[in-house]
Design a protein around this ligand. Structure first.
Ligand code: CDP
Ligand code: MG
Length: 138
C-alpha cells in the first residue's frame, strides 16, 4: 500500500555532510521525495514532534539536539514506505543497528543517531502535518 512518511536528517547528519548519502539511499530504493526542505526547526515544533517522550529523561537533550543546527525534513512516498524507511535507518541505538543501515554505517551514539523516521502510519500523518503544514507535492 502506498504510504507517505517523515524523515528528518538531524543536525548531526547535516553537519556530517550526509544529506546526499541518505537521500541517495532513499531514492535508490525507489521511494519518492514528495517534500524536501532545510530549516532551523522551531523549538515548539520539535517539542510537539517528540511529545510522546515529554516525560522521558532524554527529552530536553533530544529537543536541544534537534534545535542545535539546520535539519532536513523530507516527506517520502512509496509502497510500505513507513516500514521500509524505518528498516533503512536502523535501530535507535546505533550500536544495535545493522551494517547497511544509515545508523549502522554512520553513527555511534544514541544521542547523535543522525535521522528520525515515523514509527507507524498514524505517527507519519501527525508528523507530516507538523513539518509540512503547507502540504506535500504528490
Ligand atoms: O528515533 P527513534 O524512533 O528510533 O527512537 P525513539 O525511541 O522514538 O527516541 C527518539 C530519539 O530520542 C532517538 O532517536 C534519540 O535521538 C533520542 N533518544 C536518546 O537520546 N536516548 C534514549 N535513551 C532514547 C532516545
Ligand atoms: Mg520514535
Amino acid at each position: 500500500m502506498s504510504e507517505t512518511t517523515l524523515v528528518l536528517i538531524k543536525p548531526g547528519g547535516v553537519n556530517r555532510n550526509l544529506i546526499g548519502e541518505i537521500t541517495r539511499r532513499i531514492e535508490a530504493r525507489d521511494l519518492k521525495v514528495v517534500g524536501l526542505k532545510l530549516i532551523n526547526a522551531e523549538r515548539a515544533t520539535v517539542e510537539e514532534h517528540y511529545a510522546e517522550h515529554r516525560e522521558r529523561p532524554f527529552f530536553g537533550a533530544v529537543v536541544d539536539y534537534l534545535c542545535s543546527g539546520p535539519v532536513v525534513a523530507m516527506a517520502i512516498k512509496g509502497t510500505n514506505a513507513v516500514k521500509a524507511i524505518r528498516a533503512m535507518m536502523g535501530a535507535t541505538n546505533p550500536l544495535e543497528a545493522n551494517p547497511g543501515t544509515v545508523r549502522g554505517d554512520f553513527a555511534l551514539t544514541i544521542d547523535d543517531n543522525l535521522t528520525h523516521s515515523s514509527s507507524d502510519p498514524e505517527a507519519a500523518a501527525r508528523e507530516l502535518g507538523l513539518w509540512f503544514p503547507e502540504g506535500t507535492v504528490g
